[in-house]
Write a protein that binds this ligand. Structure first.
Ligand code: SRM
Ligand code: SF4
Length: 560
C-alpha cells in the first residue's frame, strides 16, 4: 500500500477534521493512519505501550498521549487541579512536564479522549496546536514578576499564541460541542492555508542574559532588550534553530538560530507571523527530514532570509542590539516576585509529577496548590514554580513540603538540578533507548564520580534522549547521551552552561552501563587541568575532543 502523503492528508482534512469524528464513534481502539496525522494537530498522539506489546503481541496496546498547550508554562490553580484530576481518571496516574512548558498525559484510551479534552477545555486549557505542522507552545521565562516591563515580555507568549492560533471550528465541534460535523463550517486558515506548515514551528522568548528557555534552539527566538532605565526597547530576533537530526544522515543536523536583527515591541507579532509564512512558502514539502525552517536558513543564508522578511513586513530590521552574556536561571527555591509575594521553584526529576514511596510529589503539589489556591508555572527545565505565596503562607507551605517528603533544591546536587531527559520508553514510538527511566541512576553515578573526585559542586549540564530527535535539547548540553541502538548511546561533549553552543559527537555506541565509567577519566582530567571557573564544556572545547579521546585511549595525559 502507498504510504499516505502528509501534505495530501492535511489538504484533504477540511480544516483539521479528517475522519477523526467518524473514527471516534467506531469501536476500534485506534485511529487510521490518516486520522492519526490530523489528530496530532489536536494535541493527541496515538501510541502503544511498547513494553506491554513486547510481552503480549496478540493484544491491542493502543493508547494516547495528550499534550496541553500552556503559553509561558502558566496555569491557574484550577487548571492545575483539572490536570491532576484527569491524570487519575484517564491518564496513567502521572503528569509529565515537558521541555516546552506543557503537560502531557500518557496512557489515555481512545474512548476516553473526548471527555479528557472536553474537561480540559472546560478548565480553559486547549490542546489544539500542541503537536502537528503548526506553531507549537510559545515558551517564555516562567518566573513570576511584578515588573511591568518584564510582564510585557511574558505577555508576548500569549499575543503570539493568539496571532498564530489555527482558525478552525473542527476542534470545538469534535471535542467540546460534540456536534455533527458540518463541512460548511470549513474556513481556510488565513496563515496556514490548507496544508499548514511543512513541519512543526517553535517560538521562545527570553530576557537578555537569561537563557532558561534555550532560545537559540527554536525556529524563532526573541531576546528582550532593556535600556538603562529598564524600559523594554525591543527584541533581538533569532531565526532557524532546531535540534532534530538522524544518526548517519549528514543532511540532518542540530543548528543554533542565526541572529537576524532587532525589532521593536510593536513589530513583534507582524514579524513573527511573516517568519511563519516564509517557512510555509519555502519549507521543503517533499522531504520531512529537511522541512524545518533551519534548513531554509542553512540553504539560502541569513542575508536572503532578512531580505525576504523585510519584503514581507515592509520595514527594515534594525541592527542587532548588544546583549550581555547568557546564563541559565532555573528559578528554583524561594524567590521574591517583587509584589511582596513569593514563588517557590520545586525540582521535578525529568518532569514526572508522580508519587513514589515516601516521596509524594504529586499528592503534595496538589495539597499545596489546592489549599492556598496557588497559580503554577512550568519551566523549560521540566520544573514547577508555585506562585503568589504570602509571608504568612510560607511556613505552612514548607510544612507540607516536609510532610509529603518533596525534594527541594537544597536536597539535590547541582548536576541533578541541571539534568534533563526526554520521555522515551515505553511510550515514545521513536525511542531507540531508554532515557527518563534510566537517567536518575545515571545521575547517581555522576554524583558518585564527582564526589570521589572532590568536585561535587560542578553543576555540569547533562541531558539524555532516547533518540537523536533531541526532545531534551541535548545538543546544547555540556554532556549529552543520545540513544543510538538497543542500550547504546552516542556521547556528545562541548555545549556550554548557557546553552548557546552546540556539543559535538565524542564517542559512539557506548553501552548504558559504560557511560559514566567511560567518562570518568575525562572528569578526572577536568578536575586536574581546568582553569579557574572553567566549565566542563569550555574545558572540553579548549582541550579538544581528539585530545580527550587520546586521553581515554591512554595515549595522552594519564587518567585516574
Ligand atoms: Fe519532541 C517527536 C516528546 C520537545 C524534537 N517528541 C516527539 C514525540 C511526539 C514522538 C513521536 O513523534 O512519535 C515524543 C512523544 C514522547 C512521549 O511518549 O511523550 C516527543 N518532545 C517531546 C517532549 C514531551 C519531551 C520531554 O521529555 O519533555 C517535549 C514536548 C514539548 C512540548 O510541550 O511541545 C518535546 N521535541 C522537543 C524538543 C525541545 C524543544 O522543542 O524545545 C525538540 C527539539 C527542538 C526541535 O524541534 O528541533 C523535539 N520531537 C522532536 C523531533 C525532531 C524534529 C526534527 O526537526 O527533526 C521529533 C520527531 C518528529 O517530529 O518527527 C519529536
Ligand atoms: Fe522520543 Fe526521541 Fe523525543 Fe526522546 S528524543 S521523546 S526518544 S522522539
Amino acid at each position: 500500500m502507498v504510504k499516505p502523503n502528509v501534505e495530501q492528508i492535511k489538504s484533504d482534512s477540511a480544516g483539521l477534521r479528517g475522519s477523526i469524528g467518524d473514527e471516534l464513534a467506531n469501536s476500534d481502539r485506534y485511529f487510521s493512519d490518516n486520522a492519526e496525522k490530523i489528530l496530532k494537530f489536536h494535541g493527541i498522539y496515538q501510541q502503544e505501550d511498547r513494553e506491554a506489546r513486547k510481552l503480549d503481541r496478540s493484544a491491542d496496546h493502543h493508547q494516547f498521549m495528550i499534550r496541553t498547550r500552556l503559553p509561558g508554562g502558566q496555569l491557574t490553580a484550577a487548571q492545575y487541579i483539572a490536570h491532576d484530576d484527569l491524570a487519575t481518571t484517564y491518564g496513567n496516574g502521572t503528569l509529565r512536564i515537558t521541555t516546552r512548558q506543557d503537560f502531557q498525559f500518557h496512557g489515555v484510551l481512545k474512548g476516553e479522549l473526548r471527555e479528557t479534552v472536553r474537561l480540559l477545555n472546560h478548565a480553559l486549557v486547549s490542546t489544539l496546536g500542541a503537536c502537528g505542522d503548526i506553531v507549537r507552545n510559545v515558551m517564555a521565562c516562567a518566573a513570576p514578576t511584578s515588573d511591568p516591563q518584564r510582564l510585557a515580555v511574558q505577555d508576548f507568549a500569549f499575543q503570539l499564541t493568539r496571532a498564530l492560533y489555527p482558525v478552525t471550528s473542527a476542534y470545538h465541534q469534535i471535542w467540546v460541542d460534540g456536534e455533527e460535523l458540518i463541512d460548511d463550517h470549513v474556513v481556510e486558515d488565513p496563515i496556514y492555508g490548507k496544508t499548514y506548515l511543512p513541519r512543526k514551528f517553535k517560538i521562545a522568548i527570553a530576557y537578555a542574559g537569561d537563557n532558561c528557555v534555550d532560545v537559540y534552539t527554536n525556529d524563532v527566538g526573541l531576546v528582550a532588550i532593556f535600556d538603562e532605565a529598564n524600559t523594554l526597547t525591543g527584541f533581538n530576533l533569532l531565526v532557524g534553530g532546531g535540534m532534530g537530526m538522524t544518526h548517519n544522515n549528514d543532511a540532518t543536523y542540530a543548528r543554533l538560530a542565526d541572529e537576524v536583527g532587532f525589532i521593536t515591541p510593536e513589530q513583534v507579532v507582524e514579524t513573527v507571523k511573516a517568519v511563519v509564512t516564509i517557512h510555509r512558502d519555502f519549507g521543503d514539502r517533499e522531504n520531512r527530514k529537511h522541512a524545518r525552517l533551519k534548513y531554509i536558513l542553512a540553504d539560502r543564508g541569513v542575508e536572503w532570509f532578512r531580505d525576504e522578511l523585510e519584503r514581507r513586513v515592509g520595514f527594515s530590521l534594525q541592527p542587532l542590539q548588544p546583549m550581555p552574556p547568557f546564563f541559565v536561571e532555573d528559578h528554583l527555591g524561594w524567590n521574591e516576585q517583587g509584589d511582596g509575594l513569593w514563588y517557590l521553584g520545586i525540582p521535578v526529576e525529568n518532569g514526572r509529577v508522580v508519587d513514589r514511596g515516601d516521596y509524594r510529589l504529586r499528592s503534595g503539589l496538589r495539597a499545596i496548590i489546592e489549599r492556598f489556591d496557588l497559580g503554577t508555572r512550568l519551566t523549560a527545565q521540566q520544573n514547577i514554580l508555585l506562585v503568589g505565596i504570602t509571608d504568612e503562607q510560607r511556613p505552612a507551605v514548607e510544612a507540607l513540603i516536609t510532610e509529603y517528603q518533596i525534594l527541594t533544591v537544597q536536597d539535590i546536587t547541582p548536576v541533578r538540578r541541571n539534568a534533563i531527559a526526554c520521555v522515551a520508553l515505553p511510550t515514545c514510538g521513536l525511542a531507540l533507548t531508554e532515557a527518563e527511566r534510566v537517567f536518575p541512576a545515571v545521575i547517581d553515578q555522576v554524583e558518585d564520580a564527582l564526589d570521589d573526585l572532590n568536585i561535587a559542586d560542578a553543576g555540569i549540564t547533562i541531558r539524555m534522549t532516547g533518540c537523536p530527535n533531541g526532545c531534551a535539547r541535548p545538543y546544547v548540553a555540556e554532556i549529552a547521551f543520545v540513544g543510538r541502538s538497543l542500550e547504546k548511546y552516542t556521547i556528545f561533549l562541548g555545549g556550554n552552561p548557557a546553552g548557546t553552543r552546540l556539543a559535538k559527537p565524542f564517542l559512539d555506541l557506548v553501552h548504558l552501563n559504560d557511560l559514566i565509567p567511560t567518562l570518568r577519566p575525562v572528569l578526572t582530567y577536568y578536575r586536574d587541568e581546568r582553569q579557574a571557573d572553567e566549565s566542563f564544556g569550555d574545558f572540553t572545547l579548549r582541550v579538544g575532543l581528539d585530545t580527550l579521546r587520546q586521553h581515554l585511549a591512554g595515549e595522552g595525559v594519564a587518567g585516574d
